[in-house]
Each structure stands twice: as structure tokens, then as C-alpha cells.
Write a protein that binds this ligand. Structure first.
Ligand code: F0G
Length: 452
């Protein structure tokens, strides 16, 4: 393989403004003219296809790479390198991200009222969230562009991922997180991987505001999800999903919505797959938000998507505690293009859905569980039909927020909140830890009563 470039000319990419379509320099995030976000385009694809190959050859090549011992091939992101921006082979930072499982969820299917339900579990990535698939691309680009520092504002998963990739790539990293509003396990990851970690006395949206000014003043590369290279990496989850489904699109893909980059990435992926002839129809992509962090839901319902309605966000699903999502226009475009929808779910609905996914032996963090909670509503509304195939994108591992899980099962998750009265509805799902005397009889007695 060539040393310098990881693939050929037909994958040369440009940054283009999603608003005015002007081309921007490779390391920008917003259009200098209209301030809209940028996205990566590949003009060479039109004539020659990605990497000069057609859909059938690419499908075969990507599968063959799963048996390869090459580093880039072992990554579930870089094995799809033909559809990614060109990065020098020596600059690629990989922790073997991607290649995540697709699980069936038979019990959750029954509870939601559909026959065919699957979870694409992006929490099975190296740092435990979907962020790794985008981070490998954006951190590699940062290194290639000569940056020594990378930075992000985060609700916890981006920071964990960025800190890991920076450490692996010999870069310094700066993390801004809202004080007291992210889970301990996510905070511990960023410390463990050596990031400079600042807990700001504000929320996520406040951290973003501070960071945007910091990167103006210092030679620091921004790795928040406005970074278009992150979106490209996150696209691969959808390519991989379709590969796992033998390139037969599901009817629905349901994604949690926070800053709204992941839904944008999955949407971009299915758009490209259709354009390139990998699939013949688009799955409907729907975005679910927590009721307390619902700016996209409000924007679509209250002004038809004209202008973002930011909210003061609050939810126990801290990963999506975001009131002013940067990628809302991209997500809106995806929902419209694919015929998807938006829905919001309550704190109690999230907790129940999370416990149901856990009881399947899979588990996820609270933000991921909004997908199942949302699906139940979409089935009730008739938007999702019982016979349709649905894929939930689970974005974070169950261990990302063990506190939430423990509180749920002990019965004190909603103590002192307006939802306290609803605890009775959670009882059938709660498995409180039992404290017993160290006696064989006591344990045997317990087993007998559990069986009856
Ligand atoms: N699920 C999890 C587990 C997340 O961590 C996030 C976002 C989302 C869903 C929402 O994805 O922002 O692309 O719509 N977490 C970011 C972070 C904001 O900083 O870790 P989105």
C-alpha cells in the first residue's frame, strides 16, 4: 500500500457550507460568510466512485478487510476508508474502534409492539461510546494538520474519547465539562487518559461558549461534533449496520438526540449509500430527545423548523442534557429527507426503557434508552408499524452511568423529584441488591421463593 495516502484521488474531499455551499479551508468549522456548519463532500465520487470502485467491489473489499492483520483494516472505521477523507497512513490514530455488534432485542420488541427490533450497540467501542468512531478520524486529521493541542466541551463521552485518542496520538488535550453534571465514570476516563480536565460552573452549552472563544485565541483544534471529520467517522456505523443487514435497509433507525451530530452522520451515510448504489431506499431516521432537553422537538413542532428554539436543558440522561444543539439544521434535513420524525420522552419512560434493555443482557446508558422509550410512542402513534424492522442506535455502554442503574434498582432514582409517586410503576423492573446473613439456608430459601 502507498505510504503517504490511505487511498486514491477519487476520495479527495472538500469542506462545503450547508447553507450557501461555499467551499471552506480544511480546518474550519463554520462558513466565513454565513456562519453555517460545514460538511465534507467528495466531488471525485461522481465520476469514479469512492476509491475508484463501485458498490459491489467496495462491499467485498470491506468484508475481506475483516480478516486482515493490518492496523487500519482492524478498525471498524478505517476499513471503510474509501468513504472517509484522506489521512496519511502514519497519522492515523486508531484504538480498533467500530466493528460493533448488532443485537436482536426480542423482549423489548414485545414491550414496544414490533416484531423485529435490533440494537446497533455503539457503546461497545473502546471508550464505551459511539464517539470513538468520529474521534479516530478527527484526531488523526488534527495530528496530520500539525496541531499539538485538541479540545472539547462535553457531557462526558466526547471528553473520554478525545482524551484517549489524544493520548494514543501524542497530542495534548483540554476538556471542559459542566461541573457536577456528568457521570463519574466519564470524568474518571478523561483523568485516566491524561487530559487537562476543567469542571466549569455552567452547563454544556456554557462550556461550548467558553471553548469557542478559547480556540479563537489559542492554536487548539476543536474536537466537538461541529467538527466535520467527526461526522465522517460516525457515518461508518451506518455503513457497518447495513453490511450486517446484508445491505437490506431497515424501515426505521432511531437515534438519541443531543447536539444532533450523530443523527446527522447516520443520515449523511444513508444518503451517500443510496447515491452510490449500496441501497435502493432510505430508512426513516427518527430522533428522540428527553422532555427536559427537547430543543429540536420544540423547533419542529412550534415553528416548523424555521429557527432553533434553545431550551434550558435538564434531564438525568446527562449525555443529552443539551439545550442549544449545534447540528440542528443537519439533523432536520436528515429527518425530512428520510421521512423520519422527532419525539420526546419523560424521565420515567427513559428509566423503564433502560431497565428493559438491561434485562435483555445488553444494557446501555440512560441517553441511549430514549430510543426504546421513543419507539414505544411511535408505535402507539402508528408512525412505526408492528411489522416493520427497527434498529435502535445505542450510543453508550451500561457502565458509563452505574450510579443511575443502582439508584433505579434500589428505588431511589426519583426520590425527592416530581416523579417520586411513579416509583410504583417501576417496581416490576427493580432488582434491589439483597443483604443476607452468610447462611446456606438463607440463600436456599431465597432461591426457593424466587422459583415459586
Ligand atoms: N448518546 C450519548 C451516550 C451521548 O454521549 C451523546 C452526546 C448523545 C447520545 C447525543 O449525540 O450529540 O450527536 O446528538 N454526547 C456529547 C458528549 C454531547 O459531549 O459526549 P449527539
Amino acid at each position: 500500500m502507498a505510504d503517504t495516502a490511505i487511498k486514491g484521488d477519487s476520495s479527495v474531499s472538500y469542506l462545503r457550507c450547508i447553507g450557501c455551499a461555499r467551499i471552506a479551508p480544511a480546518d474550519r468549522f463554520r462558513c466565513e460568510h454565513c456562519r453555517d456548519l460545514l460538511e465534507i463532500i467528495y466531488p471525485g465520487w461522481e465520476e469514479r466512485g469512492p476509491g475508484g470502485l463501485d458498490a459491489a467491489s467496495l462491499k467485498q473489499l470491506w468484508r475481506e478487510r475483516r480478516a486482515s492483520m493490518e492496523l487500519a483494516d482492524q478498525s471498524g472505521v478505517w476499513r471503510f476508508r474509501e468513504i472517509l477523507p484522506e489521512i496519511s497512513r502514519h497519522q492515523v490514530i486508531t484504538i480498533r474502534e467500530g466493528n460493533t455488534p448488532l443485537y436482536s432485542l426480542p423482549h423489548c420488541a414485545k414491550s414496544a409492539g414490533v416484531q423485529n427490533l435490533f440494537a446497533k450497540h455503539q457503546g461497545m467501542n473502546p471508550t464505551g461510546s459511539f464517539k470513538d468512531t468520529g474521534m479516530t478520524v478527527a484526531a488523526s486529521f488534527a495530528r496530520q494538520a500539525g496541531y499539538r493541542w485538541v479540545a472539547c466541551a462535553s457531557t462526558g463521552n466526547t471528553s473520554a474519547s478525545m482524551a484517549a485518542y489524544a493520548a494514543r496520538g501524542g497530542l495534548h488535550s483540554l476538556v471542559l465539562i459542566p461541573d457536577g453534571k456528568i457521570s463519574w465514570s466519564k470524568l474518571s476516563q478523561s483523568l485516566d487518559y491524561g487530559a487537562i480536565t476543567c469542571q466549569l460552573k455552567t452547563d454544556f452549552d456554557g462550556c461550548v461558549r467558553v471553548l469557542n472563544e478559547v480556540v479563537e485565541r489559542m492554536p487548539v483544534y476543536l474536537l466537538n461534533s461541529v467538527n466535520p471529520y467527526r461526522v465522517e467517522g460516525q457515518k461508518t456505523a451506518a455503513f457497518e449496520l447495513l453490511e450486517q443487514l446484508a445491505w437490506e435497509p431497515p424501515d426505521h433507525i432511531i437515534v438519541p438526540g443531543g447536539n444532533l451530530a450523530n443523527s446527522s452522520a447516520i443520515g449523511k451515510a444513508v444518503r451517500e449509500m443510496k447515491l452510490l448504489g449500496f441501497i435502493s431506499r432510505l430508512p426513516k431516521i427518527s430522533v428522540i430527545q428527553a422532555e427536559g432537553a427537547n430543543p429540536l422537538v420544540r423547533t419542529i413542532r412550534e415553528n416548523g423548523g424555521e429557527k432553533l428554539i434553545p431550551v434550558q436543558a435538564d434531564t438525568m440522561a446527562t449525555a443529552i442534557r443539551i439545550g442549544n444543539p449545534a447540528s440542528w439544521k443537519k439533523a432536520l434535513r436528515v429527518i425530512r429527507e428520510t421521512g423520519g420524525t422527532v419525539e420526546q420522552v419523560s424521565e420515567v419512560e427513559i428509566a423503564i426503557a433502560k431497565a428493559e434493555i438491561g434485562a435483555e443482557g445488553i444494557g446501555c446508558e440512560p441517553a441511549s434508552a430514549v430510543t426504546l422509550a421513543g419507539l414505544k410512542k411511535l408505535v402507539k402513534q402508528g408512525f412505526v408499524k408492528p411489522g416493520e424492522m427497527v434498529v435502535l442506535v445505542l450510543t453508550g455502554h451500561a457502565l458509563k452511568d452505574a450510579d443511575f442503574t443502582l439508584k433505579f434498582h434500589r428505588g431511589d432514582l426519583f426520590a425527592g423529584t416530581p416523579h417520586q409517586a411513579e416509583n410504583a410503576n417501576l417496581k416490576p423492573l427493580q432488582r434491589s441488591p439483597l443483604v443476607l446473613d452468610p447462611s446456606v439456608d438463607a440463600v436456599v430459601e431465597l432461591l426457593r421463593s424466587a422459583e415459586s
